[in-house]
Design a protein around this ligand. Structure first.
Ligand code: NI
Length: 138
C-alpha cells in the first residue's frame, strides 16, 4: 500500500484520531471501506451547497455537534435537524444542502467515487472541497 491509498481496514481506526488529523472543512477523509462503499468522516461548519446524487443514497451519522440538511422533495422543501448521534439517509436524486452553523463532525457512507458535490450542483464556493474523499494520513 502506498501512502496515497486510503486505509482499507487492516488496522482499527479511532475516529477521534482520524478527526484530529486534519482541519479542512467540508473535506471528507476515507477511514475505511465496506465492499464498494467508503466510510468517510468530515468536519463541517457553515453551509454546503445545493446538490444531488443521481445514482446513490447518502448516509449521514452525526458524531458531534448538530447538522441540518435542507431537502427539496416532491412535496416541497423541508429541513431535517440531526443532533449528535442521529442518522439520516438522503435518497438518491433528492437535492440537498447540509449546513451546520455551530459546526459538526459527521460520518458518511456512500459508494466509492461519489463526489461531495454530487452530479448536479450549484456553483461550488471556495470553502467547499469538491472531492471523492481524501486518504486518511494518521
Ligand atoms: Ni450529498
Amino acid at each position: 500500500m502506498t501512502s496515497n491509498e486510503p486505509v482499507t481496514g487492516d488496522e482499527p481506526i479511532a475516529l477521534a484520531a482520524a478527526l484530529a488529523s486534519f482541519d479542512a472543512l467540508w473535506s471528507p477523509r476515507i477511514v475505511t471501506r465496506v465492499n464498494d462503499y467508503d466510510v468517510r468522516v468530515a468536519k463541517v461548519e457553515g453551509e454546503h451547497l445545493w446538490h444531488a446524487h443521481d445514482d446513490t443514497d447518502e448516509f449521514f451519522l452525526v458524531l458531534d455537534g448538530e447538522l441540518s440538511i435542507a431537502l427539496r422533495e416532491p412535496a416541497g422543501e423541508r429541513t431535517v435537524r440531526l443532533p449528535k448521534g442521529s442518522v439520516f439517509t438522503v435518497p438518491r436524486g433528492v437535492e440537498h444542502r447540509p449546513y451546520a452553523p455551530g459546526g459538526a463532525s459527521i460520518l458518511l457512507l456512500e459508494p466509492t467515487g461519489t463526489s461531495t458535490v454530487g452530479d448536479r450542483h450549484d456553483p461550488v464556493p471556495a470553502h467547499v472541497d469538491a472531492t471523492t474523499g481524501h486518504a486518511l494520513e494518521l
